[in-house]
Structures are given as structure tokens and as C-alpha cells.
Design a binder for this molecule. Sequence first.
Ligand code: PMT
Length: 393
Amino acid sequence: MRILVGISGGIAAYKAITLVRRLRDAGCEVQVVLTESAAQFVTPLSLQAVSGAPVRSSLFDAAAEAGMDHIALARWADQVIIAPASADVLARMANGMANDLLTTLVLATSAPVSVAPAMNRQMWAHPAVQVNIATLKARGVRVIGPASGAQACGELGAGRMEEPEAIASALLAPTSSVNWQGKRVVITAGGTREPIDPVRFIANRSSGKMGFALAASAQAAGAAVTLICGPNALPTPSGVTRIEVETALEMQAAVMGVAQMDVFIGAAAVADYRVAEPATHKIKKIIDADTLTLTLVKNPDIIRTVALRQPKPFVVGFAAETEQLNHYAHQKRVAKGMDMICANWVGDGLAFDQPDNALTVLWAGGEHRLMRAEKFTLAVQLVELINQVMKQS
Ligand code: PMT
């Protein structure tokens, strides 16, 4: 997803750095536009570093207009968020003004626009601000927050900018045409870590993005979602119960600890083997030996155990392959008792730790290809497909 983050002047502008980070962690492309007064609170250089893209603030920047002009920037965005949104920028937006780059972009974009207001509590309560907010809401602008609490000015009340994690969750929450109200969905995500000694482990490149996107998508469909994940820094999708684990054995125990589930989705890259006996102290380098042998033992197959549960949930697994994608995926589906398997090519910069993916989904008597797309988009499509196939079976 491509998100244009607009920052207006206010003490909360420093929190926009964390917001950009969280959006990037979730796989979004981010471009930042600062108002002139925002640049008094946060530097373009910091925002360029966290967004990985040049930061723009002027409508009259000849170099930028020669490259990505402001109309192209308005078209580029899938979503626009203004955080913090000051009383001034809200007033200018409500009045349709276009007197700087940010307000011009708001008029020029067809993408959904959200604002995260931040101001002193008296200012927030002022009728002029409330009328502007009502006008913007009536035009379809989403208002996230503000939160209540201690303010930078020393007062207490409503007006603090919502926390960056909450803003990111609100922006990334997918919309869904599926109704999974009352369904309990368990999803595994990310890679496991198998200890070698107290400071070293065997791991893989899974970031958790695919599983987190699925959790957000199932939650948006109304399900009660438990997300069991290996170590990662991704924000928890809003409304989802997160259980953090490290090893495959811990992941299995967490999955087994969930009393009831209607759907299980195994998106985690679980280590097939673990070190038989991890050393209790850091392994020393042996000066006169060129090799070190570790004995590995097989981990339990979590998804296979889930498929044996009674009553049996609808079990969806993944197959990460570097050759004969459909052939191996089909074999895995049958061998592990899955109802459905999502096969993805991996290696060569594909799937693992990428913002996008492509899937071939196989089930008994059916196959469907989900074309390469950003993982949140793909997750919405996959939940729709699971829902269809579940109804038929
Ligand atoms: O996390 P990302 O960076 O977003 O990347 C996403 C992904 C590439 C990790 C994901 O799309 C994916 O393919 N996940 C499964 C990776 C994998 O381990 O595949 P596998 O072919 O080794 O395992 C097949 C299935 O068995 C998987 O559903 C896996 O969760 C499950 N399994 C494997 C081993 C084990 N001991 N227990 C299991 O439950």
C-alpha cells in the first residue's frame, strides 16, 4: 500500500517519525509532505531517513515538480493521512483551500483521506474546530482520535494525537465483504528461532508480514483472531489477540492451548528441525578444528496436529517452494491433512520478507491463482477464497 503522510505544525509532529516507521514495517511505501510550520518541529532529513524517500514541502520546488509533480504524487497515494492535523490545516481543508503543497494534494487526490488531530484541549473543543471536523467527516474524511490525556502544554483532556501504532492499525485495517462474525480463527506467522546456545539460534527470513496481513483481514471480516507469531517488530492488527513465541515447540504449545477454532491458517515458517541439545553456555571456538557439528532432531508438525483435531477446523497451510511449486504443494496438502494450501515461490527475493507475494491456492478439486499484489490486498482475497471454499465443503 502507498501511503502519503502529511505532517502539519505541532509538538506531536515528532510522533510522525514513529508512524512512518510502523507503516514501513508493515510493508507500505511511504512519501512524506511537510507544511512549512511542521518543519519547525521535525526535520525533513529524519523523515527522509525513515521513509526512504525524498520529503517534499513546497509547491514551487522546481526539481521535484520535474520528477514527481504534485498531481502525480496525489495519484500515487492509495491513502492520505495527515498526522498531526493542526487546527489550522483542518480549517484550510474544510474550506477547500490549496495554499500549500499538502492542502493542494488533499484536493487533487482521489484516495481516502484520514486526519489525526492534535491540539490543546480548549482548541479542540472550540466550535470553529468542531464545525470544521463535522464538515470534513461529512465529505468522507476519516478522523482518527484525538486521544485524551496529559498534553504538552501541561493541560489534561482530549486533543492529544492518537498513538502512531493505533493510527497505523486504523489505516491498514482492510475492509472485507466476508462475514466471519462468531468464527474463531487462529493464524501462525513469522519464523521460529531454534537455540544453538544462549546467544545463537537457527532462524529463517520470514518477517511475519503475510500472517499479520491475514490476521488483519480475518479480523476485518468479523472473526475473533488469535495470532501466534515468532519474533518480529510488526504492530499487532487492531482487535487481534497476539501470542509471542520463539521456538517451534513453543508455537505448537500455543496452538494446542487454543481451546476452539473454526479456521486455522499456518503462514509461519516453522523450523523443521531443532538442535538436539542446545549448549547451556556459549559455544567456544575450537582453535584447531575447522568444523563444528550440530545434531538436529525433527520438530513436531504443527499443522498436521491441528488437522487431527476433533472437531476439525478448516485448515489452510502454506508451501514455500523453490522448484515444482504445484507438485510439492499438492503433496504437502495431502500428507498434512490440510483443506487448502497456498503455494508461493520463495528465494531470489520472493515472498520472504517482501511487501508483496503471489499465491497458487489448491484444494481438493480446485485451484485458483492470486496474482502478485501487496500482502494486505492478497490477504483480503485469500480470506474471500477460504470463505467460498469452506461454504462448498
Ligand atoms: O513472513 P513473510 O516474510 O511475510 O513471508 C511469508 C512466507 C513466505 C513465510 C509464507 O507465505 C509461507 O510460505 N509460509 C510457510 C513457510 C513454510 O515453512 O512452508 P513449508 O513448506 O516448510 O511448510 C508447509 C506448511 O507446514 C506451512 O503451513 C507451515 O506453517 C507448516 N509447518 C511446517 C513445519 C512444521 N514443523 N510445522 C508446521 O506447521
